[in-house]
Design a protein around this ligand. Structure first.
Ligand SMILES: Cc1ncc(COP(=O)(O)O)c(C=O)c1O
Length: 382
């Protein structure tokens, strides 16, 4: 394992759980241009790894980020037992590394694991692992606004077996990438009325790899037509709005903030929940309710569609510039949203989230957690 080029130390991840830290002795940090970060292509020095076998998670360690070797008969590669998460660490204005609502991602990954017949990773170890890894690679958190350390936890089935059944062995890995903004400009979306992302009873509310694989071809068709993303609709009628690519979707109609409800076919986004919570706290009317496409077009015609935006960890709050729908006769109906400068609500929500994350505004909901391992908390915070 990771013995070459590393030095090992042993700690307890949480009391009673041994953990080895193998630091790289060749950091790649100096090669990174933090002012020119492509999204998802730069990986920081270390990763957390744990293995599941004989019915329990074990062999907890941090090691240098590296290429892995697996058998081509690995279950994850054939039957899709692979789940992941996406979250971010930030640097506060006084330089502290922090995590944003990590418990929400930990719980969501637990639900994804259960849906995919995988063994959930223990929640206390997950949080401890996040703190260890982000603390170790804290110099990789980009300092500037709109940038962050993206954290990618993942779990996949490793049995060498050809046959459809749940694996008996798994790997759990967390690695990180410093990232800049995901969508640098407002997005143009096409309403999808042929393909479906998720169906009731399916896996749409799990962060399972297959959901994304199945979305690629329809999304590419939209991109070839000049749109950034699809606006997915329900599988029964293609009438009810669901979500966008990797974002939940919000509209402001006549002063009310609306977003589709969590009925099992959309991902319960952490940013979605944060936006709803902030709106409620500010006394802004907000409703989780079904939204029909014709309601959007009617509101637009009547001048009542004031804003539309996507929410997601990668993208934070991204304004929608245009919503397009192809009619059966081949013509296209378009909703053109007001210029971004006029979208006061989404801009304010985005600013407030950013300020909370960076320690520039009060954190009334306790969303921001120091990324400092428990074993170091008394010294690191002093
Ligand atoms: C399909 C999908 N919807 C919505 C979201 C937004 O979720 P969150 O705000 O937790 O990042 C994501 C991103 O994780 C996603 O992949």
């Amino acid at each position: 394992m990771p013995s070459e080029g590393t030095t090992g130390e042993t700690y307890e991840l949480v009391p009673g759980v041994p953990f080895r830290l193998h630091r790289t002795d060749k950091s790649r940090l100096s090669q990174v241009d933090f002012h020119n970060l492509p999204f998802g292509k730069v990986f920081s020095d270390h990763m957390f790894v744990a293995e599941y076998r004989n019915g329990k998670w074990q062999n907890f360690r941090i090691e240098p980020y590296r290429t892995l070797q697996f058998t081509p008969a690995m279950i994850a590669l054939h039957y899709g037992q692979i789940i992941f998460e996406g979250m971010k660490a930030f640097r506060t204005v006084d330089g502290k590394p922090v995590l944003f609502r990590p418990e929400k991602n930990i719980q969501r990954m637990k639900r994804s694991a259960e849906r995919m017949a995988m063994p959930p990773f223990p929640e206390d170890l997950f949080l401890a692992a996040l703190k260890e890894l982000v603390w170790l690679d804290r110099e990789w958190i980009p300092p500037q606004e709109d940038s962050a350390l993206y954290i990618r936890p993942m779990m996949f089935a490793t049995d060498e077996y050809i046959g459809v059944r749940p694996s008996e062995t798994y790997w759990f890995i967390i690695f990180t990438c410093p990232v800049g903004p995901y969508y640098p400009e407002p997005v143009r979306v096409l309403i999808e009325r042929e393909y479906v992302r998720a169906f009731p009873g399916g896996t749409g509310d799990a962060k399972a790899g297959g959901n994304y694989g199945a979305s690629l071809m329809p999304a590419r068709r939209a991109q070839q037509k000049g749109y950034h993303q699809l606006l997915w609709t329900d599988g029964h009628e293609h009438r009810w709005v669901e979500e966008i690519g990797t974002m939940n979707v919000f509209f402001v109609i006549d002063g009310e903030v609306v977003t589709p409800p969590l009925t099992g076919t959309i991902l319960p986004g952490v940013t979605r929940d944060s936006v709803i919570t902030l709106c409620r706290e500010e006394g802004i009317p907000v409703a989780e309710r079904p939204i029909a496409i014709e309601e959007l077009f009617a509101a637009y015609e009547e001048g009542k569609l004031q804003d539309a935006f996507g929410t997601g960890t990668a993208a934070t709050i991204t304004p929608i510039a245009e919503i397009a729908m192809e009619r059966e006769d081949g013509t296209v109906a378009r909703i053109l949203l007001p210029p971004v400068q006029e979208r006061t609500l989404s801009a304010r929500l985005k600013q407030r989230l950013e300020a909370i994350r960076r320690g520039l505004a009060p954190d009334p909901f306790g969303w921001v957690l120091p990324a400092i391992p428990e074993r170091l908390q008394s010294t690191a915070q002093a």
